[in-house]
Design a protein around this ligand. Structure first.
Ligand code: FE2
Length: 313
């Protein structure tokens, strides 16, 4: 079983219907799919790999060696304790956004990542339009819902992570299992070092590295908006004794002030298809309230988060 790999360029041609169907299947059955020929140039992607790896070496690696997960693992080994560390991730991570501080010592980081983010945001919007069409929603519906009215723009962030080699991968996760809180996530993962797995039919399966592909997955807000047609799927990252996994994840999330609710036409449709169906399976949520709950409950089941976010209002 392998995550679907879809040629995005075929959307513009005679294979459009087949490609739309493949994306619908990726969203409905997998929650994850990989895009190739997505329009982001190989030259830019190569630069992204270089500046992110350079940045880790130059500005992050030493700090990681002194970080909490490394200390906790060393403590564990000193005490001869073989109990797995459940509350930390073997991860070095920082986020770049439009208005925060970026690493500044790595040559080319700012220019390259600025250019990359611009391209990825456009790709995210194209993917959302495909979802609109596949869900029979008006073109631009998801983007509009995420932008939440004037002055409340959607949030586009990019998380640059590394998962350095770990001498005892059986004792710690790279990133503990979770579902993503937001909208659409576009991941540029390492060509060689795997580790990302998704939970499908109760089984963890690998998201196989495909060079220069962009992995797309849907977050909790797409699940709400699609009234459960598209599920946000559990995933995790394992670490290995060899290799330093690089992972660049961009996320197109609603504005914190946007109210996210199931699209009414999808609720109607679900009721028509099955009159017994619970037509209030997903509540209306202000995304900022959801994020407050998520900050505390990221690694717990998502369903109670929806209810807790409603109570938080
Ligand atoms: Fe995630």
């Amino acid at each position: 079983m392998a995550i679907p790999v879809i040629d995005f360029s075929k959307l513009n041609g005679e294979e459009k219907a087949k490609t739309m169907a493949a994306i619908a299947n990726g969203c409905e059955e997998w929650g994850f799919f990989q895009l190739v020929n997505h329009g982001i140039s190989e030259e830019l992607l190569e630069r992204v790999k270089k500046v992110c790896s350079d940045c880790f070496k130059l500005e992050r690696e030493e700090e990681f060696k002194r970080s909490t997960p490394v200390k906790l693992l060393n403590d564990l080994l000193e005490r001869n304790n073989e109990e797995k560390l459940e509350n930390v991730d073997w991860e070095d991570v920082f986020t770049v956004m439009d208005d925060n501080q970026w690493p500044c010592k790595t040559p080319g980081f700012k220019e390259t990542m600025g250019e990359y983010r611009c391209e990825l945001k456009k790709l995210a919007e194209k993917v959302m339009e495909v979802m609109d069409e596949n869900l029979s929603l008006q073109k631009g519906y998801i983007k509009k819902a995420f932008n939440g009215g004037e002055g409340n723009s959607a949030f586009f962030g990019t998380k640059v992570s590394h998962y350095p080699s770990c001498p005892h991968p059986e004792l710690v996760n790279g990133l503990r299992a979770h579902t993503d809180a937001g909208g659409v996530i576009l991941l540029f993962q390492d060509d060689n070092v795997g580790g990302l797995q998704i939970l499908k039919d109760q089984q963890w399966i690998d998201v196989q590295p495909v060079p220069n592909a962009i992995v797309i997955n849907t977050g909790d807000q797409i699940e709400v908006l699609s009234n459960g047609r598209y599920k946000s799927v559990w995933h995790r990252i394992l670490v290995y004794p060899e290799g330093n996994r690089r992972s660049v994840a961009s996320f197109y999330n609603p504005s914190l002030r946007a109210t996210i609710a199931p699209a009414p036409q999808l609720v109607e449709q679900a009721k028509k298809d099955d009159p017994q169906v619970n037509d209030q399976a997903y509540p209306k949520i202000v995304f900022g309230d959801y994020m407050s709950v998520y900050a505390e409950q990221k690694f717990l089941p998502k369903e109670p988060r929806f209810q807790a976010a409603v109570k938080a209002i």
